[in-house]
Structures are given as C-alpha cells and as structure tokens.
Design a protein around this ligand. Structure first.
Ligand code: SAM
Length: 277
C-alpha cells in the first residue's frame, strides 16, 4: 500500500502534515491507494519515453504512480496552492522529472509544455471535467498533441462519452468523443476509494485519438449535434429547423422522421458537411 514503492510517506500522513482538507469547490476527492493509482497510470500503455500531463495532482497519489511507472516527465497543473509543498517533496524524490505548474488547467497552454509523445492521465476535478475533455477533443491541429487520454469521470459522464447510438446515454458528448477518438470504459471505481468519498461511482475512460477522423469541421459538427440533441425526442425535421430542417436532411441523405439518438457518427458528419456546403 501507500508509501512503499517510492519511500515517500503514506498519503494519509502527507495530507495531515500539509493540512490538505478537501475543498468541494475544487472537486477534491483524493485517491490514497497507490495500487489503484498505479492501475490508472498503466491503463493506456507504457509510460517510459512519454511525457504525461496530469490535471489536478492534489497531494500527489496519481503523480507518484506516474513517476514510479517510468514517465519521462510529468507536467502537473494544480489550482490549489496548498498542494505545492507536498508536490515539491515528490519532485525532490524524482529530480528533473516533475514539473508543477500552479494555475487553472482550463487556461493553461498544455501543448507548449510537453515534448511528444505525450499522454494525458488524470483524476479530474468533476466540476471542470467535461469542459477540459471538450477542449482536448476539439484541439487543432489534429492528430492531437497527445497519444492517449486516461481520465477519471463520474460514471454517468463516462457512459455518455462511450455510449452507442440508440442508447439512453448517447448524446453530444458521445458524438464529439467518438468522432475524434476511440473511447472505452476501462474500469469502475467505488466511492470508497476516495477521501472524502463522492456521492456517485466513478469510472476510468481511455481515449485514443483517431489518426483520420471522418472529415468535417468541429464547428459544424457542434452546431448539428446541439440542434439535434437539444430536442432529442423530436423528429430531426423539427429539431433541425433552425439550421436547415428537411432540405438539410435531404442533402445529407437522412430520413426526416428519424430522431437524433438513432444517428451514428458518420451520419452526423454527413449532416455537418451538408450544413457547410
Ligand atoms: N490527483 C489527485 C488524486 O487523484 O488524489 C487529486 C484529484 S481531485 C479529484 C482534483 C484535483 O484538481 C484537486 O487537487 C483540485 O485542487 C484540482 N483542480 C480543481 N480545479 C482545477 C483546475 N481548474 N485546474 C487545475 N487543477 C484543478
């Protein structure tokens, strides 16, 4: 358990010594089990020879696993300055391999901080998890600056990311994620694994960027998915009225009586291209 792989103190002691009482506003639910953090670190493949971007290292449980698993360099962006002394101790144990950046990951220029190949691996703060993912999915240029993303979400969000057409969870996030990445849930994590425990079960999702996503612009794809899923129970000829309605559907070769949740990624891409033409 904690503290044995790297001769650093157990995380419970680190949290107590630095007074890191979890703040809800920062989405702080810490992982203290280094076996679990090692499992997350290994999920997308080997870390040797890779830079790793971690958002929200907190007291450093996952950071320690990333370093112990052989990441060439970890770039860890943390908003809470109270965590910096604990992270400095980890940096001391792994000289030159941990760069801590204090700030808001939503505003950080992450691509400029890494040397490829790079992976993103994080137990995300739930309050900003979806905007962070959307930013990475819509990165330009594509193929992206990262070769994989291993991310912890609330299970319900993880299911939306990976959902297939026709399922209840299928929506805008599924289309954007699967347009540009192959996405799958790796495993679920019980609330008991966190300190303090969140209200819901979590899940680790692994996303691999596609080299050649079906060609369309992110902007057009966002517009069609927004209109279609904004009124997901309506037929598309109705929900898509503000952006082109039946003529748009005809151009894309899609029957106007269908509903958003029945369309696969290729059909949404056809709609996005019809919107542009
Ligand atoms: N990685 C640690 C772990 O697994 O135990 C902590 C994970 S905790 C769910 C989320 C972390 O993200 C917290 O340390 C929090 O302070 C940090 N955080 C919250 N919002 C952030 C933001 N906008 N940018 C960077 N870090 C943020």
């Amino acid at each position: 358990m904690s503290g044995q792989i790297d001769n650093l103190p157990p995380l419970r002691d680190v949290i107590a010594r630095h007074g890191l009482r979890a703040k809800k506003a920062l989405g702080q639910n810490f992982l203290l089990d280094l076996n679990l953090t090692a499992r997350i670190a290994r999920q997308a493949g080997p870390l040797e020879g890779h830079d790793v971007v971690e958002v929200g290292p907190g007291p450093g449980g996952l950071t320690r696993a990333l370093l112990a698993e052989g990441a060439r360099q970890v770039i860890a962006v943390e908003k809470d300055p109270r965590c910096l002394p604990a992270l400095a101790e980890i940096a001391g144990r792994y000289p030159g391999r941990l760069k801590v950046v204090e700030g808001n990951a939503l505003e950080a220029d992450l691509p400029s901080m890494v040397r490829p190949p790079a992976r993103i691996i994080a137990n995300l703060p739930y309050n900003v998890a979806t905007p962070l993912l959307a930013g990475w999915l819509l990165a330009e240029p594509w193929p992206a600056w990262f070769s994989s993303m291993t991310l912890m979400f609330q299970r319900e969000v993880a299911e939306r990311i990976c959902a297939a057409p026709g399922s209840k969870s299928y929506g805008r996030l599924s289309v954007l994620s699967q347009w540009r990445c192959e996405a799958a849930i790796a495993f679920e994590v019980s609330p008991k694994a966190f300190t303090p425990p969140p209200k819901v079960t979590s899940a680790v999702v692994v996303l691999y960027p596609r080299e050649n996503p079906l060609p369309c612009t992110a902007d057009a794809l966002q517009r069609v998915t927004q209109a279609a899923f904004g009124q997901r129970r309506k037929m598309l000829r109705q929900s898509l009225k503000p952006i082109g309605g039946a003529p748009l559907l005809e151009k894309a070769g899609i029957e106007p009586e269908r509903r958003a949740e029945t369309l696969d990624i290729a059909e949404f891409v056809a709609l996005a291209n019809a919107l542009k033409s």
